[in-house]
Design a protein around this ligand. Structure first.
Ligand code: AMP
Length: 292
């Protein structure tokens, strides 16, 4: 644990001043949109262990929300978030007041043609442009040694890894395991939207993904088609679930695997992901299948 006092930086100048006051020290950085839960805090704990200093950001980034998405109602729980950050021995939090963007902001980080590669990018046009742009800004402000991100947002991990690589950003991206509730549901700030009944029904998502994992464990020669069938069959047991997609992709590139006859074992790591809605709440989850 560091001896420095917990700080709350509310402006770009304040976070820059903090960073120059600790120049030469390693900084682990956890960018978030707040409404913090144990999943976020597991990232902080790891950042804490692997660096001299650990810092979080809390910013609901408008550029990554589509026009029909939940920007206005996204949960904002600042007081509880700051308490949690302090309890988990973060050195401080960057929580900007107002917008991080210039009034005439026009510059964006773009992955050309992303919607034809990543299924999640096809589902949320413009989303990853917003994610990459805000992360580039946050990385420039915080200048972290390492950035900690959750495997729960698998497409985001693929996108950020590529941005860091292609833009030669001087930092290491560390992907951390998904934290789940005891019944399997992946922790998410959006779980707060679920009614008790929806919350109960939502466990079908992880059950379906785990059924896919079990198939691969039992039969390394199973095909992608068989895997897809098992997952969809389990999902279909919950008729109120609206399935947006079940995706099978090569984890290395994020590219969709479309050949149903392909044996799972022929791909090093298959990313099996789900996106869909229970009621009006959009949930995503994934598992990585390693057959060899
Ligand atoms: P968010 O506040 O939803 O933007 O998430 C901030 C970071 O926490 C992202 O890197 C997420 O992938 C990560 N995260 C969110 N939920 C979980 C979880 N259940 N387990 C691990 N990491 C998570």
């Amino acid at each position: 644990m560091s001896a420095s006092k917990f700080f709350v930086a509310r402006t770009k100048d304040a976070i820059r001043a903090w960073r120059s006051s600790v120049s030469g020290q390693t900084v682990g950085f956890v960018p978030t949109m707040g409404a913090l839960h144990s999943g976020h805090m597991s990232l902080v704990q790891r950042a804490r262990r692997e660096n001299q200093l650990a810092v979080m950001s809390i910013y609901v980034n408008p550029t990554q929300f589509g026009p029909t998405e939940d920007l206005a109602k996204y949960p904002r729980t600042e007081t509880a978030d700051l308490t949690l950050a302090q309890q988990h021995n973060a050195d401080g939090v960057f929580i900007p007041t107002g917008s991080l963007y210039e009034a005439d902001s026009a510059v964006r980080v773009v992955w050309k043609g992303i919607e034809s590669v990543l299924r999640e990018a096809e589902a949320r046009p413009g989303h990853f442009e917003g994610v990459m742009t805000v992360c580039a800004k946050l990385f420039n402000l915080v200048q972290p040694t390492r950035v900690y991100v959750g495997a729960k947002d698998a497409a985001q991990c693929i996108v950020l890894a590529r941005m860091v690589r292609e833009l030669d950003m001087p930092l290491e991206l560390v992907v951390c395991d998904t934290l789940r509730e005891s019944d399997g549901l992946a922790m998410s700030s959006r779980n707060r939207y679920l009614s008790a009944d929806e919350r109960r029904r939502s466990t079908v998502i992880s059950r379906a993904l785990f059924a896919g994992q079990a198939l691969v464990a039992a039969d390394a020669r199973a095909t992608l088609g068989a895997l897809d069938d098992v997952v969809r069959k389990t999902l279909a047991t919950e008729p109120t679930l609206h399935v947006e997609y079940v995706s099978l992709a090569d984890l290395a590139t994020g590219a969709e695997l479309r050949d149903r006859a392909l044996p799972i074992a022929s791909v090093k790591q298959v990313l099996l992901s789900f996106a869909g809605k229970i009621g009006t709440t959009r949930l995503i989850d994934n598992v990585v299948l390693r057959s060899r």
